[in-house]
Design a binder for this molecule. Structure first.
Ligand code: AR6
Length: 173
């Protein structure tokens, strides 16, 4: 299942996959980072749908909207944990954000999905740790649910790409 996962340096808004995952906040209020980029490129329809359908989203979970002007069909707004030193359940919450996103994508019939590195920007999660959790969680999900043909991690900078390349070798086949 590991062969379905690719690591790419780039901008997630430019990806041609069925669903893009956003790194959102629990208020689903928009913000900076990848969240800002997705709302900017997707247009106001995404925020409108979020406000109509949801009253926030707990940390470790995710919600789905259509994708406005983006080439994807859907955006999944996943809420990763803010790093607070590592003893506040952050690893469990981060894994849960990835798993919930995959389950939602599967429920909506998607086979191709792109993730950013959730929580490792403004939320301060150490990127080496975040990368291991992301890759382990996704590869385990793919073993249990072989429905995705492509899972792309779109990594915005060289440091993040390197961290994911480093973590990739620790992920089982
Ligand atoms: N494509 C792919 N990755 C990106 C892009 C992009 N266009 N832009 C930034 N990144 P962050 P978080 C990378 O801060 O840590 C927002 O305000 C970025 O370099 O976007 O989960 C939300 O509203 C980093 O590697 O998300 C929340 O309040 C990764 O995406 C809060 O930030 C995640 O960084 C969430 O913080």
């Amino acid at each position: 299942m590991k062969d379905k996962i690719t690591l790419i340096r780039g901008d997630i808004t430019q990806q041609e996959v069925e669903v893009l995952v956003n790194a959102a906040n629990a208020h689903l209020a928009g913000g900076g980072g990848v969240d800002g980029a997705i709302h900017h490129a997707g247009g106001a329809a995404i925020m409108k749908e979020l406000k109509e359908k949801y009253r926030g989203c707990p940390t470790g979970s995710a919600v789905i909207t259509r994708a406005g002007n983006l080439r994807a069909r859907y955006v999944i707004h996943a809420v990763g944990p803010r790093w607070q030193g590592g003893n506040k359940g952050e690893p469990t919450l981060l894994a849960s954000a990835y798993r919930t996103s995959l389950a939602l994508a599967q429920q909506y019939g998607c086979q191709t999905i792109a993730f950013p590195s959730i929580s490792t920007g403004i939320y301060g999660y150490p990127v080496e740790e975040g990368a291991k959790i992301a890759l382990k969680t996704v590869s385990q999900y793919l073993r249990e649910n072989p429905v995705f043909t492509t899972v792309r991690f779109i990594l915005f900078d060289e440091k993040t790409l390197k961290a994911y390349q480093g973590a990739y070798q620790y992920v089982g086949a």
